[in-house]
Design a protein around this ligand. Sequence first.
Ligand SMILES: [Zn+2]
Ligand SMILES: [Zn+2]
Length: 303
Amino acid sequence: MRRRSFIRHSSLGLGAISLMNKNFLTSIFTDDPWKMKMLRNDVGIFTEKGGTIAYLLSKKGIVVVDAEFPEQAQHLIGELKKQSDKPFELLMNTHHHGDHSSGNIAFKGIVKEVAAHSNSLSNQQKVAVKQKTEDKQLYPGTTYGESWSYKIDKEHIRSYYFGPAHTDGDSIIHFQHANIAHMGDLMFNRRWAFIDRSAGASVKNWITVLDKALSTFDNETLFVFGHAFDPEKVTGSKEDLKAMQDYLSKMIVFVDGQIKAGKSKDDVLKEKSIPGVTEWQGDGIERGLQATYEELTDAPRPS
Ligand SMILES: [Zn+2]
Ligand SMILES: [Zn+2]
């Protein structure tokens, strides 16, 4: 993307270019449109557009968690093939949203197994039928309920389901040996969260889900986040999970107070900040406010 934007910008006169700061020029010439970074052991992350992807390059084969969009998944597959001649053994989805699962299709005929929570599969099917994109899906052939385990080489991968939160099908996928847990969209690090009530989300239970994550993993666990306001901060620690809980809790307290004060949903959606929430930013504060308002007033879920 950056290369394309450079081509567009290069029609600017030399004067304009000389005004560009040095960092900007450096980033144009040195950055690929996507980024890959090894974290620990054989586990790394890929980011381009959509939810952060994690991958394992083991001696026995490759495992990928989430797939962004088809174009991004092609980039990832191309890069992983340069780094390993081992087969793609497993693809997992943290949940069904298109920025995590629409890239699955790029793995068709390449990966041996696709796994996700059973609600992630049914949500993916429901959306594909609605959007008439069924021919563009690669669905999980393996589904599970509470948890699921998979062993490859030295790595033991375990998937946990703690109930509805961002959707009703969010898994946390833990690489036990590397001690890296992919949180999917249970973590919007310092960025206003999307809360998908049409897919069974629950703001209140999201806090409980994060509690369960905090008690399941230890202080050495490195967490991978679906999204972050700062693209450099798609990984973090338990402190970040606690900060996310704090934001969700304060949003519930705030919206609850507004409801009790007789405010309408439209009034609440006009709010530009949440008292006590100082670190969360970006677009879309209203998405969380709306979902919280609807949950607290028992509004019917959108279809
Ligand atoms: Zn996402
Ligand atoms: Zn999502």
